[in-house]
Design a protein around this ligand. Sequence first.
Ligand code: DCP
Ligand code: CA
Ligand code: CA
Length: 390
Amino acid sequence: MDETQNRPRRFKNILNELGHRTAFLPRVIGHFDLDYFYAQVEEVEDPSLKGRPVLVCVFSGRTEDSGVVSTANYRARDFGVHSGMPIVLAKKKLEGKNPAVIRMDHEKYEGVSARVMEDLEGRVDVLEPTGIDEAFFDLTASTRGDYAAARRTAESIKESILKAEHLTCSIGIGRSKVVAKLGSDMSKPEGLMMVTADATASFLDPIPVEKLYGVGPKTASVLVGMGIGTAGQLAKAEPEELQRQFGKKFGDYLLLASSGNDTEPVVAGLEPTQYSRIVTLRRDTSDPHEAFAQLAEGIEYVHKKLKSKGKSFRTLTAIGIYSDLSTKTKSRTFETPVNDLGTIRESSAALFEEMSRSAEKALRRAGVRVSGLSGTEGQTSLSEFLHQVK
Ligand code: DCP
Ligand code: CA
Ligand code: CA
């Protein structure tokens, strides 16, 4: 068995303390991403879905089918269905194909995500989650820069997630975050792609610029306008010209990224994917107004949190915990990210009102949660900036 598996925490701490020694080793960076995440979780829960096209959807509630596809399994993607597509259109594409249309259950996916991240955390040197189903990780210290050892660790991660959660994932390994992310993207599904240091330049050469981590559609179209379509061409661009177009920080990043020399470290810690506050009511009540009034502070807390982190959200959830301790939630997803106090107040009041109509029991606790976070004002660091471009 490879020494990086089930490594005792004490050994890991020693490795971390010796971190500075890794400066002499070639970096071994990984990127992990679960395959068709929400839809795969639904397949695991209901095996009868296997083989059918599966759509996980966010219903807006206006008409029976209004809303969008959150994600689809690969069977559905074969017919041209993708994330963000209106449900009506997706159903049209799957006419006669017996699709399963499932309501998104964010709570459930968050739970699976938390367990997966915890497992990963124990198998790598440093874990940096960057979304509900993905993370960067560093294996430089534990593999001492050896890619064969890194492959064994990646395989053990895949096996473990498959065994514990019955989920498949894709992993990319390379000498930088950009290379690792390309590896997991390109090897999907159930993939494992290793790009050794020597192979990096030839690997990157033909890659279209829009596939590079941190390069959004806007940046890509500016680059293409400059006659730069591939990573190979970008790596040969004039630094001054890139700096003029994109500013020094991002211009320099583009040059490094395109040659696999981006130096962004893997930074430990969970990027919160949501903020929430639940309060216990002074007495159990069936009156949504009485409950909501006591949630004012919780709402202000969530709003302050968003402001201080410079984040907006797309999904607002009202949480009700009843006298028998059962939980009920009601969510609303906005077309574009929002973060103002008025919207949070009004929308959560409406959600509580709605929730109370179908509840038989009295509320004991009430809460509000915002999720689907994205950055808003003035990015503070490059890594934060890159996290938003996924
Ligand atoms: N998601 C969403 N709306 C989007 C994109 C994604 O709600 N426009 C959700 C559903 C996905 C999850 O986030 O399951 C992870 O997103 P990914 O981009 O990683 O896509 P998938 O995991 O679904 O598919 P893939 O196998 O391509 O990674
Ligand atoms: Ca995924
Ligand atoms: Ca992802």
